[in-house]
Design a protein around this ligand. Sequence first.
Ligand SMILES: NC(=O)c1ccc[n+]([C@@H]2O[C@H](COP(=O)([O-])OP(=O)(O)OC[C@H]3O[C@@H](n4cnc5c(N)ncnc54)[C@H](OP(=O)(O)O)[C@@H]3O)[C@@H](O)[C@H]2O)c1
Length: 324
Amino acid sequence: MQYRRVGKSGLQLSALSFGAWVTFGRQVGRAQAREMLALAHDRGVNFFDNAETYNNGVAEQVMGDVLADLRFPRDSYCVSSKVFFGAVDKPLPTQRGLSRKHVMEACQQALQRLRVDYLDLYFCHRPDPETPVEETVAAMDTLIRQGKVLYWGTSEWPAEAIHEAHRVARENHFYAPVVEQPQYNLLHRERVEQEYAPLYEAYGMGTTIWSPLGSGLLSGKYNDGVPADSRLAQPGYEWLRESVLGEGDERLRKVRALQPIADELGGSLAQLAIAWCLLNPHVSTVMLGASRSEQLAHNLGALELLPRLDAPVAQRIRQAIGGA
Ligand SMILES: NC(=O)c1ccc[n+]([C@@H]2O[C@H](COP(=O)([O-])OP(=O)(O)OC[C@H]3O[C@@H](n4cnc5c(N)ncnc54)[C@H](OP(=O)(O)O)[C@@H]3O)[C@@H](O)[C@H]2O)c1
C-alpha cells in the first residue's frame, strides 16, 4: 500500500480506501462486511468512509459492529462520517442540514453507531443554504475542540463556499476544513481538476474522492445492459441508474474505447480507472466501493498497474475519453 498526506495536513491515508455507500446494511451484511474490512486492513487500507444517511444509519451500525469485533488497534485506521441528509426517511428540520443542533447531534449518533470515541474525519455532506456558514464552521470547531472529531471537511461544496468557510475560520480562529470529498473519475473531472484548483494552492486541501468507477460503469459491467445483481438494478436507485446511464451511448462509447488500453497494460478496465485517479497528485485517497470481497481484492490490485500509467499511456487515455 502507498500512503498519501491529506493535502498539507499531517494525516496520511492509504492511497486506496473503502466506503460503505449502497452496500453496507443492504447488499452486504455483517459477515461479508467483516470479510471485506479484514481484507482491506490486511492489505494496508487505513480509511473507511461512512455517512449518517447511508441506509439510514445502518451502514454505520454494520461498520461499527464489525470494527469492534475485529479489534483493529484504533490507531491503525481512520473512520469518517458525514452530516447533512439525516439518518431517517423524511427527516424533520432538526434532523438534517448543517445547523449547530444537527451537526452536534449527528456526530454523537455517528460515534454511537460506529462505536468509536472520535471520528478521524467528519464531512459536511453538502452545503446548506439554510444555515449561515459561520454557524457550521463554529460547530465543526467545537467538535474538534471537544475531541470528537480530528479533521473536518466538505463534500461537493462549490469552491466559492469553501473559500467562505476558510475566511470564517481565519477571522475567528476556528479550525478550517482540510479536505474535500468530491466525485472524481475518468468521466467526471471538471470540479476536481478545474474548479478546485485554487483550493489546493491557497489552503493545502486534500481530497478523498468517490465513485472512481462511476458506480461500476468504468468496470465495463454495463456495456451490454444492467446485470440483475448490480448497483444500478437496486430498487430505490432508479435515480442513480438514470444519472449513470441516462446520457445515451456517449459514456458507454468512452468506456469501450478504454478497454484495449487496459488489455495492453495487462490489467482490467476497473483497475485502469482506479489507478488513473491516482495520477492526480491532489487525490489523497481513492475511495473504493464493493458489493463483494472479490471486487475489493481485485480493485486493490490497481496499485500494481499504476507504474505502467506513464505519460504516453495517460495521453492515450485522454484521447479515448475525448478530454484534454
Ligand atoms: N461524499 C459523497 O457524496 C459520496 C457519494 C458517493 C460515494 N461516496 C463514498 O465513496 C465510496 C466509493 O464510491 P462508489 O461506491 O460509488 O465507488 P465505485 O467504485 O464507483 O462503485 C462501486 C460499485 O461498483 C461495483 N464494482 C466495484 N468493483 C467492481 C469490479 N471490479 N467489477 C464490477 N463491478 C464492480 C460494485 O457494485 P455492484 O456489484 O453492486 O454493481 C460496487 O459497489 C462510497 O462507498 C462512499 O463511501 C461518497
